[in-house]
Design a protein around this ligand. Sequence first.
Ligand code: FDA
Length: 299
Amino acid sequence: MISKLVPHLPEQLVWIISKKYIAGKDLDDAIHVVKELNNQQIEATIDVLGESINEREQATKYCEQYLFTIEQAANHHLKTSFSLKPSMFGLLWDFNFCVKTVKTIIELAAKHQYFVRIDMEDSACTDSELRLFEILYKDYSAHVGIVIQSYLKRSVYDIRWLSSISSVDNPVNIRLCKGIYIEPENIAFKRESEVHKNFLDCLNLILQKKMFPAIATHHHELIRESKKLLSRFGKRREEYEFQMLYGVTPRRREELVNEGHRMRIYVPYGEQWFEYSSRRLQENPKMVSAIVEGIFIRK
Ligand code: FDA
């Protein structure tokens, strides 16, 4: 019933459901949310909502939006990084254009001592996103990071490869998450127990290879086991961080912060929130998951 109703729901109503997970339409909304998080000793990573596109003009507009966001974040002294999806910059139809455009963003971020995370999209993008990261890491090793998804069977090999390009001064910074896209069984683990085992194997390897882990999960068992691994490797506070999505499990996030762990929150903002939220709500009437999926799946 909800799926049928969604196209007719007023924007205001969808917003009431979405606003717990999306900072708002405007940059000012994101700035407000990040300031509140910073006041709680939590850092952020700002994500500008946008579509996977096939026009240079649109990619250039998204690039300008990121540049403006970075400038404003610097003006407001925000403690934040930025997350971006390469498909918004033409990853799959003009790789060189994508490299050039994302480089412009990272250059400005680096100028302000900020960091940019290349989000990982579906498996059609994995190879190109790793290649994009490799190119950017050569020039901006302190200012760019990548994501590994533990549901992919290839991930352990990808981590090994990342360790082969990782530098001692600025080790590769890897956000480790489970992965949110629907992938075929021949390339992805399907059972939760397998995804969890691989998550911890991946974390173990990242730590062994002396790279920087950004542990992105809300799952209590994964958090508990990750903490055990961190202490087994004798990691100090500044040598790792936890990450969560804005609005998801705030109590778990508070517990980690109170225990003294570093925490970074993924804060999406942008005009397209209504489109994503309502499209996902149509596909998946489990409202909350639908909105969170919409932050990542933009096709
Ligand atoms: P799981 O889904 O099992 O959730 C554990 C618990 O958290 C649930 O029992 C519930 O209590 C709570 N919870 C989780 N999701 C919730 C929700 N939507 N609403 C309410 N409660 C919820 N994926 C990807 O493919 N590429 C990427 O680049 C990223 N980037 C990324 C950044 C950050 C900071 C995070 C936290 C996550 C991502 N993800 C992602 C998404 C990730 O792959 C994964 O799909 C989600 O984090 C959910 O997995 P969990 O490990 O949190 O466990």
